[in-house]
Design a protein around this ligand. Structure first.
Ligand code: SAJ
Length: 415
């Protein structure tokens, strides 16, 4: 088969490589000429795709900025970003412009599948009309389906092939073709009745995490007031062999999904006169955590008769979660900005993130950032960081991940 992938990001590039590895020809389209150049050079900018895998796929992979190349493909997969506007409303800009471009080269008999996470109804009400600007009719002249991406950056125990793939077509024929397409790269295809059900299932997966993380974050704030160790509470509750699922309290939500997806559904639900207070509340609770954490640092310094202004604060871990270098919506950026605005001098150590251009900082070796610091703040707990050295060398450690629990310490303040 010849498969077209629109959007060679953290979703599209792994998918393109997977189809090449399954023996298919792939045309990868991206608006970024720089990104296309990198792909052509076998230089992967997606952590989950090693350069070697990309290079091995190149004989079957054509990377381009030209949508016209898609005309030769049987199936097209759309994996473009679905961010939020400044007012935290769905921003379908990238989706609309890519769908328009696809519409201008759409061929009779092609299948178009949307993978971008979005609110229920997007495929039928937004994508289809834009594709039909071609003059072709969906379900008649071409096929359409929705199949949500389930990329979990940094996860190694599950891959694209081993993670069940939800698929739903506009018509039975759309459905049949989409199921066949993903059968090429996924061991298990989960069929659902409508694109709307598939769109909402994806949102539910991430909202489920956002709500449960908000629950333990709210509990962390309460525990702080009650003088109870929230991590001990979560450990204890997690011993229940059924009926409880463990989530970690922390400095807030980062990444491209959890801080975004809930607001897609909240926005859509308003059209149905159904306020989704649960979802919105969880979003708010998680969004306040970086502020709560900055206050916690100020309070801890104050206990050492120091103010934030003039203090040297060593930040440990700035990416949005452990084991990845991804900075999208990372709570660390917010916390650091607040501390800097309050007059702190910042330094950071994170081997996954060499530079923080937005803060004009570069990662420094652990012993350098600890040298002479007034406080060390653990925001993201990457494996392999010598935490004993941190608690031994820093006069004060503020640990938002419970990473230092179990170490003999007297100078640690937990979340
Ligand atoms: N976090 C906590 N406590 C927890 C778990 C996570 O504070 O118990 C924080 C993390 O530190 C991070 C944020 O939440 O800042 C998100 O991390 P994550 O690992 O929960 O999720 P993502 O955004 O990296 O990936 C999620 C995954 N969704 C699910 O597992 C249901 C992934 O499988 C999805 O494919 C991805 O969203 C996506 O693309 O939607």
């Amino acid at each position: 088969m010849k498969v077209g992938i629109v959007g060679l990001g953290y979703v599209g590039l792994p998918l393109a490589v997977a189809f090449c590895e399954a023996g298919h020809e792939v045309v990868g389209v991206d608006v970024s000429a720089q990104g296309v150049e990198a792909v052509r050079a076998g230089d992967s900018y997606v952590e989950d795709v090693a350069d070697a895998r990309l290079t091995a796929a190149l004989p079957r992979l054509v990377a381009t900025t030209r949508y016209a190349e898609l005309a030769k493909c049987e199936a097209l997969v759309v994996a473009v970003p679905t961010p939020l506007t400044r007012n935290r409303e769905p921003d379908l800009g990238p989706l609309v412009s890519s769908a328009r471009s696809i519409g201008s080269v759409l061929q009779h008999g092609q299948l178009v599948v949307l993978e971008s996470t979005t609110y229920p109804g997007t495929t039928r009400e937004q994508l289809v009309p834009l594709l039909e600007e071609s003059g072709l009719s969906a379900g008649v002249d071409f096929n359409v389906a929705f199949s949500p991406e389930r990329v979990d950056p940094g996860r190694t125990d599950h891959t694209l092939r081993t993670t069940p793939k939800i698929v739903a077509g506009l018509t039975p024929e759309c459905h049949r073709r989409a199921v066949a397409l993903y059968g090429e790269v996924c061991d298990e295809v989960v069929e659902v009745s409508t694109p709307e059900a598939a769109e909402l299932a994806k949102l539910l997966e991430n909202i489920f995490r956002s709500v449960n993380i908000a629950l333990v974050n709210e509990l962390a704030v309460l525990c702080d007031r009650m003088g109870i160790d929230v991590f001990e509470v979560v450990d204890a509750a997690s011993t229940k062999p059924y009926g409880f699922m463990r989530f970690e309290p922390g400095p807030g939500l980062g990444g491209h999904c959890l801080p975004v997806d809930p607001f897609y559904l909240a926005w859509r639900a308003r059209e149905y006169g159904t306020p989704t207070e649960f979802i919105e509340l969880a979003g708010e609770v998680n969004q306040t955590m970086p502020h709560y954490c900055a206050e916690k640092v100020a309070h801890a310094l104050n206990e050492h008769s120091k103010s934030v202004r003039g203090s040297c604060v060593a930040i440990l871990g700035v990416s949005y979660k452990a084991g990845v270098g991804d900075l999208r919506e990372s709570p660390a950026l917010k916390i650091m900005q607040i501390l800097r605005d309050q007059g702190a001098t910042l330094a950071y150590h994170d081997e996954h993130v060499p530079a923080l251009t937005q803060l004009e900082l570069s990662s420094e070796p652990l012993d350098v950032v600890l040298d002479g610091c007034d406080a060390a703040v653990i925001i993201t707990h990457h494996p392999g960081v010598d935490l004993q050295a941190v608690v031994d060398r820093a006069p004060l450690v503020v640990d938002f991940r419970g990473a230092t629990r179990g170490l003999t310490t007297s100078n640690v303040v937990l979340l």
